[in-house]
Design a protein around this ligand. Structure first.
Ligand SMILES: [Zn+2]
Length: 173
């Protein structure tokens, strides 16, 4: 799986990519030069809304995907990433990350988190994940319907497109 770093304007995308299992670096405080050095050091693909940063990345042989200003919807951004990077937009309960801190999440037994979530949640859901770093429990609550709809939308778009050449230019993405 490709490792990713996103610029400070793409926090929502970072959370999405983490839920989809992608190791995604993101910080609101990261300077451009730190983003570039991290991308090189950790072999990460850059995703950015900053054309200047995108060009600097390409000059440094970093694979970079530029998201134009008119593209704001998460489904549209993820569709671009499917096309340019071949990322897979699907939720795998065994390969997901904490949207807040990027740590890998594991499914935990109900008993382990029983005191951390409201009783009605505990009885309604079967699968829970726990981030030991953030001390946060996750489950597929009501908001999950929206996430699933977005995933389905992207998958249907990608499926309906004619298969294009598999070759992706390394730096012109
Ligand atoms: Zn976390």
């Amino acid at each position: 799986m490709v490792k990713i770093i996103v610029d400070s304007m793409l926090g929502n995308l970072a959370r999405w990519l983490r839920v989809l299992g992608y190791d995604t670096e993101y910080s609101r405080k990261m300077l451009d030069k730190d983003i570039l050095t991290t991308a090189i050091r950790e072999d990460r693909v850059l995703i950015t809304k900053d054309l200047g940063l995108h060009r600097r990345a390409l000059k440094n042989n970093i694979t970079s995907v530029y998201i134009p200003p008119e593209v704001t919807e998460i489904a549209d951004i993820l569709t671009i990433l499917v096309e340019k990077l071949g990322i897979e937009v699907k939720f795998d309960k065994n390969n997901t990350r904490c949207p807040l801190c990027n740590s890998r999440l594991s499914i935990v037994p109900k008993a382990q988190i029983a005191t951390l979530v409201p009783p009605e949640v505990l009885s309604k859901y079967d699968t829970f994940w726990y981030c030991s770093k953030c001390k946060k429990v996750y489950w597929q609550g009501n908001h999950w319907r929206t996430i699933n709809d977005t995933i389905q939308l992207i998958r249907s778009r990608v499926a309906s497109k004619p298969k294009k050449d598999e070759v992706v230019s390394e730096h012109e993405v």
